[in-house]
Design a protein around this ligand. Structure first.
Ligand code: ATP
Ligand code: MG
Ligand code: MG
Ligand code: MG
Length: 484
C-alpha cells in the first residue's frame, strides 16, 4: 500500500479531507506576505495571518502538501545534504491545521491513527516527545492513545545543552507560541543514533517524522504568556521521510523520487557507483533549483537569487567531480517532472524557462570552474594545518565565482574548514577599495569581473623603426584592418 510517494501524498490529503479538512494547494516557495522569510519553509507559512487572527478563511481545518526550501535563513539544511539520510534543501511538508477548531486530543489522535491504522506502522517502532511541562499531552499520549511511558520523552528548551532539540515553538519574539510533540521512527539498532534528548540524537537511527505544534499562548513584549482564546494546531511531516519508511528503506535518498533522479544523473554522467555521495547531492539540488525557478526566482548576485545560484554552482561542482564535461544539470528536469506527480504542476508549466535558466547558469559557471578548482586544489595541497585562509577563499569568490559555501563544501571533503571571518575581512577590504575608487568616478567593480569577456581596447604594432603600421579597435572585424 502507498508504495509511491505520489500515492502517499494523495492518501494523506484524503485522510484529512474525510476528517473535515479543506485541501489547500501548496503556496509558492517565495513567501507571499512575509518579507522576513527567505523561502517558504513550513506548511504553516501561508496560514500565518490566519493563526495571528489577521485573516479569516471560510474553513477552520486545512490540510496541504507544501513545497519547502531550507537552504538559508533561520532553517538552513544545505550543509546537511549528503551527510544525513533525512535532510534536503527542498522537501514537501504534509500538514494539517486547526484554526481555533480542534486542539491537542484530536491532533494527537489524527496523527496516531494515520500512522498506525492507515499506514499500519508498527507502534513499537514509534516514540514520542512532548514539552517537559506539558502534562496534558503526556496524559493524552499515555492514557488515551496507550503509548507506553518509556516511549514518551520530555524535552525542554535545552538552552546550553549538548543536544539541540527544543520542544517549544514560537513564530517570533512575540505572538502565538506553544509546546510541541514530535513523533520519531526507530530504523533499528544497526544504524547509529540515539533517542531524542540524548547527545546521539543527531544520528539517523531515530528519525523525526511528524512535528505537532500546539499554539496555546500569545507571548507579550514583556514576556508574559497569555492563553490564546482559541488555541490552534499546526503540524508538519516530511513526505520523503515517511515515504522511506513505507518503501522499507532507511535513507530518503533510497525512495522512488530520488532513485529515479540518481539513476538519470548516473546515466548522463556514465557513473556506475549509485552510492556515490555526489549523486545524492545533485538529486537533492535539482529539486530546489527547478522549483525555485518555477516559482519565479532567478539566479543573481543577491538575496534569494544568490541562494539559488549557490545551490546550482554546488550541483555543477559535484557534476564536475563525477567527470561531467558538458552541461548535465538541466537534463534532469523531465525526470523530476515524471516523479513528482501532482506536485509538479507548476514545473510543467514553466519547464522551458527552468531548463533554459539552469543551462545558462551552468554554462556560465563552467567557464571558470576548472581554473578555480585547480587553484583551490593547489592551495589545499600546500596547506599547513586544517584551515584555508580567507584571502584564497575570497580570490575564488571574486575571480572565479565560487560562493564561499562551495569552497567550504570542497574543503570539507578533505576535512578542512574555511576561515570565513578572514573571507569577510577580504570582502570588506574590497568594498572599501571600490568605494575609494568610486570617488574618482571609476567603476572599480567592472574591472574586477574578469570572468566576463575582456574588452580589447586597441592594437598597435610598431615597426623596428618605431613607426605605427596598424591600428584597429576591438569589435572591428580584422579584415577591415587598414595599414597606416
Ligand atoms: P530535524 O530535527 O530532523 O532537522 P526539524 O525539527 O528541523 O527536523 P520541523 O521544523 O519540525 O523539522 O519540520 C517538520 C517536519 O518536516 C519534520 O518532522 C520532518 O519530517 C520534515 N523536515 C524538516 N526539515 C527537513 C529537511 N531539511 N528535509 C526533509 N524533511 C524535513
Ligand atoms: Mg531541522
Ligand atoms: Mg527536530
Ligand atoms: Mg521538529
Amino acid at each position: 500500500m502507498y508504495q509511491t510517494t505520489a500515492a502517499l501524498r494523495s492518501a494523506f490529503l484524503e485522510y484529512f479531507r474525510t476528517n473535515g479538512h479543506q485541501v489547500v494547494d501548496s503556496s509558492s516557495l517565495v513567501p507571499v506576505n512575509d518579507p522576513t522569510l527567505l523561502f517558504t519553509n513550513a506548511g504553516m507559512n501561508q496560514f500565518k495571518d490566519v493563526f495571528l487572527g489577521e485573516d479569516k478563511r471560510s474553513y477552520t481545518r486545512a490540510t496541504s502538501s507544501q513545497r519547502c526550501v531550507r537552504a538559508g535563513g533561520k532553517h538552513n539544511d544545505l550543509d546537511n545534504v549528503g551527510y544525513t539520510a533525512r535532510h534536503h534543501t527542498f522537501f514537501e511538508m504534509l500538514g494539517n491545521f486547526s484554526f481555533g477548531d480542534y486542539f491537542k486530543r484530536e491532533a494527537i489522535g489524527f496523527a496516531w491513527n494515520f500512522l498506525t491504522k492507515e499506514l499500519k506502522l508498527p507502534k513499537e517502532r514509534l516514540c514520542v516527545t512532548i514539552y517537559e511541562t506539558d502534562d496534558e499531552a503526556y496524559d493524552i499520549w499515555t492514557k488515551e492513545i496507550g503509548v507506553p511511558a518509556e516511549n514518551l520523552i520530555r524535552i525542554g528548551d535545552n538552552k546550553g545543552a549538548e543536544y539541540a532539540s527544543d520542544n517549544f515553538w514560537q513564530m517570533g519574539d512575540t505572538g502565538p507560541c506553544g509546546p510541541c510533540s514530535e513523533i520519531f521512527y526507530d530504523h533499528g539498532d544497526h544504524i547509529w543514533g540515539g533517542r531524542p534528548g540524548t547527545p546521539e540524537e543527531d544520528g539517523d537511527r531515530f528519525i523525526e517524522i511528524w512535528n505537532i505544534v500546539f499554539m496555546q499562548y500569545n507571548r507579550q513584549s514583556n514576556g508574559d504568556m497569555l492563553p490564546l482564546p482559541k488555541p490552534s494546531v499546526d503540524t508538519g511531516m516530511g513526505i520523503e521521510r515517511i515515504a522511506a519508511i513505507m518503501q522499507g528503506v532507511h535513507s530518503n535518498y533510497e525512495i522512488d523520487i530520488f532513485q529515479a533522479l540518481i539513476k538519470k544523473t548516473a546515466e548522463i554522467l556514465a557513473v556506475t557507483d549509485l552510492e556515490n555521495k555526489s549523486l545524492r547531492v545533485i538529486s537533492d539540488h535539482i529539486r530546489s533549483c527547478a522549483f525555485l525557478i518555477a516559482d519565479g526566482v532567478m539566479p543573481s548576485n543577491e538575496g534569494r537569487g544568490y541562494v539559488l545560484r549557490r545551490i546550482i554552482r554546488r550541483a555543477v561542482r559535484h557534476g564536475n567531480k563525477l567527470g561531467a564535461t558538458d552541461s548535465f544539470f538541466y537534463k534532469l528536469v523531465p525526470t523530476l517532472i515524471e516523479v513528482m506527480g501532482d506536485a509538479a504542476k507548476g514545473l510543467i508549466a514553466t519547464q522551458a524557462i527552468v531548463e533554459k535558466s539552469l543551462k545558462a547558469e551552468e554554462e556560465q559557471f563552467a567557464r571558470t570552474l576548472e581554473r578555480g578548482l585547480g587553484i583551490l586544489d593547489g592551495a589545499l595541497n600546500e596547506l599547513k594545518g586544517d584551515v584555508l585562509d580567507g584571502e584564497t577563499a575570497f580570490k575564488l569568490y571574486d575571480t572565479y565565482g565560487f560562493p564561499v559555501d562551495l569552497t567550504a563544501d570542497v574543503c570539507r571533503e578533505r576535512e578542512i574548514t574555511v576561515d570565513e571571518a578572514g573571507f569577510e575581512v577580504a570582502m570588506a577590504e574590497q568594498r572599501r577599495r571600490a568605494q575609494a575608487a568610486g570617488q574618482f568616478d571609476t567603476d572599480y567593480n567592472e574591472s574586477l569581473k574578469i570572468d566576463e569577456q575582456t574588452h580589447f581596447s586597441g592594437y598597435t604594432e610598431l615597426t623596428a623603426s618605431g613607426k605605427v603600421i596598424a591600428i584597429y579597435k576591438a569589435g572591428e572585424p580584422t579584415d577591415s584592418l587598414t595599414a597606416g
